[in-house]
Design a protein around this ligand. Structure first.
Ligand SMILES: Nc1ncnc2c1ncn2[C@@H]1O[C@H](COP(=O)(O)OP(=O)(O)OP(=O)(O)O)[C@@H](O)[C@H]1O
Ligand SMILES: [Mg+2]
Length: 258
C-alpha cells in the first residue's frame, strides 16, 4: 500500500533524469528526498504525476499496488496524488476558487463543473485560506498571477488541503516561505502523517526537518538513489554536504545505508 516507484528510468528531451530509481512512500509516514540542484528531485515528482514532457523508459509507478504509469495526470490526481510544485505556474483566466470547485466536482463525479456540487467547499476554502494567512480575495484572483512567492506556496498548500489527497508530494515547500509559513507547512505535514496519509517531502534543508522528523530519507545524486536512511542521513547531508557523500560512494560506500 502507498506509493511505490520501481526501477524507474525516465528522460526529458535527450536528458536522462532518473536512473533506476526505487522508493516507497508509505501511509502514515514522511519520506524526505534530498539531493543537489539538478539531481532529479523535481523530475521524480513530475514523473509520478505524469507530466507529459517526461518519458518513462523503464520501471513502474504503483499506487496501492496498481500501476498508474500510463494514466493521464488528471486521473492520477483524482486517484489521490497531489503535487505542491516547486515553482507553481500561473494559470491566467482561471480563478483559484474555480480551480478548486472544478476539481472537487470532478472528484464527486458532477456533470456541471462550475457550480459546486458540495456547497460546503466554498465555506471551507475561505476557512483554510484564513488559517493559512492568505487574504480572502486571493480566491477570486487568477491562479498564481501576481502572487508573491510565499502566497504561491501557501496557495499550493490550500489546494492540497482541499483536495484531500492520500499521497501529498511537496517540492521544496520551504523555499521562499517566511518563518510562520514554515511552521504552517510543518504542522500540516505532521497532520497529514497523523491522518495516515503518505508524504513525499523534497527539501534541501534540515531546517524544516527540525519541525518534522522524517521516517525515511533518500538522497538522489545524478538521477540515482545514492543513499537511503533515517533522519541521521539528513543530518549528515546538512553537516558534510553532497561532495562528502559522493566521495564516500566513490570509495565504495555502497548505494544505500551510507
Ligand atoms: N526540459 C528539459 N530538457 C532538458 N533537461 C532538463 C529539462 N528539464 C529538466 N532538465 C534537467 O534535468 C535535471 C534534473 O532537473 P530537476 O528539476 O529534476 O532537478 P532538482 O533535483 O529538482 O533540482 P533543484 O534542487 O535545483 O530543484 C537538470 O539537470 C535539468 O536541467
Ligand atoms: Mg527541483
Amino acid at each position: 500500500m502507498g506509493l511505490e516507484v520501481v526501477n524507474l528510468t525516465a528522460k526529458v528531451g535527450d536528458k536522462i533524469v532518473l536512473r533506476n530509481v526505487s522508493l516507497k512512500v508509505d501511509y502514515g509516514a514522511v519520506h524526505v528526498i534530498m539531493g543537489p540542484n539538478g539531481s532529479g528531485k523535481s523530475s521524480l515528482a513530475y514523473v509520478i504525476m505524469g507530466r507529459p514532457i517526461y518519458e518513462v523508459l523503464e520501471g513502474d509507478i504503483l499506487l496501492d499496488g496498481e500501476s498508474i504509469k500510463d494514466l493521464p495526470t488528471e486521473e492520477r490526481a483524482l486517484k489521490g496524488i497531489f503535487l505542491a510544485q516547486q515553482d507553481p505556474p500561473q494559470v491566467p483566466g482561471v480563478r483559484l476558487s474555480s480551480l478548486i470547485i472544478t476539481f472537487t466536482n470532478k472528484k464527486l463525479g458532477a456533470k456541471d463543473l462550475t457550480r459546486p456540487k458540495d456547497p460546503s467547499v466554498i465555506k471551507r476554502m475561505y476557512e483554510v485560506a484564513t488559517k493559512l494567512g492568505l487574504p480572502r480575495e486571493i480566491l477570486q484572483r487568477e491562479v498564481n498571477v501576481g502572487f508573491s512567492g510565499g502566497e504561491k506556496k501557501r496557495s499550493e498548500i490550500l489546494q492540497a488541503m482541499l483536495f484531500d489527497a492520500k499521497i501529498v508530494i511537496f517540492d521544496e515547500p520551504d523555499s521562499g516561505l517566511d518563518i510562520d509559513g514554515l511552521r504552517i507547512v510543518a504542522d500540516y505535514i505532521k497532520s497529514l502523517r497523523d491522518a495516515g496519509k503518505g508524504v513525499m517531502l523534497i527539501t534541501h534543508y534540515a531546517r524544516l526537518l527540525n519541525y518534522v522528523k522524517p521516517d525515511k530519507v533518500t538522497v538522489l545524486l545524478d538521477g540515482k538513489v545514492a543513499a537511503t536512511g533515517g533522519p541521521e542521513l539528513a543530518q549528515l547531508v546538512e553537516e558534510k554536504g553532497y561532495a562528502y557523500l559522493r566521495a564516500k560512494i566513490a570509495k565504495g560506500g555502497g548505494s544505500t545505508g551510507v
